[in-house]
Design a protein around this ligand. Structure first.
Ligand SMILES: [Zn+2]
Length: 254
């Protein structure tokens, strides 16, 4: 069991014992940062700090759950990168697979820890018998977080070996797998015609029924055609599709 993260320490010092108590503006205020909403043009959120006070400005339109994550991301900069101002574009907040910009990843990790602390997220996600988008969406409602942010957190903390892969019309955009998945299972660049992800990407449907599919639809390792896995696909942001893959065959973990 790992120790508490910086963000989880903050929550525990405020006595947070359930997700509804994670009032992001109140937490920001207690940490010295005032939150404002404004019509930002060139970025999603920013923080300007001076000594022990800061002002976080967040774009005033869009999804409120996404705004919460943006505020928590800026607080991550405040906690980890104090002394510098940060101006963050939408593509820098909560988007996996961005090369470089390690301070953005650090701010994202802080935001995930603050909004979905492991000490609350783990027991609540354990109520669901297996990884599904139904479970992820229910947790997203409980924690007031976006489907994408919740899915990434779910993957990171799940005891199940699972991978989440994001595809756009031009191929794979990014993927994330948890520690239970061996490194040699590396997702393919292109979608397999057998995957339901095709029907979402090009057929206009919102989500597909979870199915069992050959592992070679997702991985091109030499022995992939010997195994099957569980696939569930949903439409995501823009024209993307998210696939949740669960490695149900224990031989894939050897
Ligand atoms: Zn940032």
């Amino acid at each position: 069991m790992r120790g508490l993260s910086v963000a989880e320490h903050v929550l525990q010092s405020f006595g947070v014992t359930n997700p509804e108590e994670i009032d992001i503006e109140a937490i920001a205020w207690a940490l010295g940062a005032k939150v404002r909403y404004d019509a930002l043009e060139s970025c999603e959120a920013r923080i300007i700090g001076f000594k022990d006070r800061a002002i976080i400005t967040v774009k005033d339109d869009g999804d409120p759950r996404r705004r919460r994550f943006s505020i928590a991301h800026e607080l991550g900069h405040w906690q980890h990168h104090r002394g510098r101002s940060s101006i963050c574009r939408a593509s820098e907040i909560g988007t996996p697979g961005q090369a470089g910009a390690s301070i953005e990843r650090q701010a994202d990790n802080y935001a995930a820890d603050l909004l979905m602390p492991a000490y609350l997220f783990r027991p609540l996600s354990a109520q669901f018998p297996k990884p599904t988008f139904e479970a992820i969406d229910a947790l997203a409602t409980t924690f007031s977080t976006s489907r994408l942010a919740t899915a990434l957190r779910f993957i990171d903390l799940s005891p199940w070996p699972c991978v989440i892969v994001c595809h756009g019309p031009n191929g794979r955009r990014w993927f994330r797998r948890n520690r239970a998945v061996p490194d040699h299972w590396f997702p393919k660049n292109d979608l397999d015609p057998e995957s339901a992800a095709m029907d979402i990407l090009f057929g206009g449907i919102e989500r597909a029924v979870p199915t069992i599919i050959g592992a070679d639809a997702w991985f091109d390792r030499w022995n992939a055609d010997r195994f099957e896995l569980r696939e569930e696909c949903v439409k995501a942001f823009g024209n993307d599709v998210l696939a949740l893959l669960t490695l149900t065959d224990a031989r894939m973990l050897e």
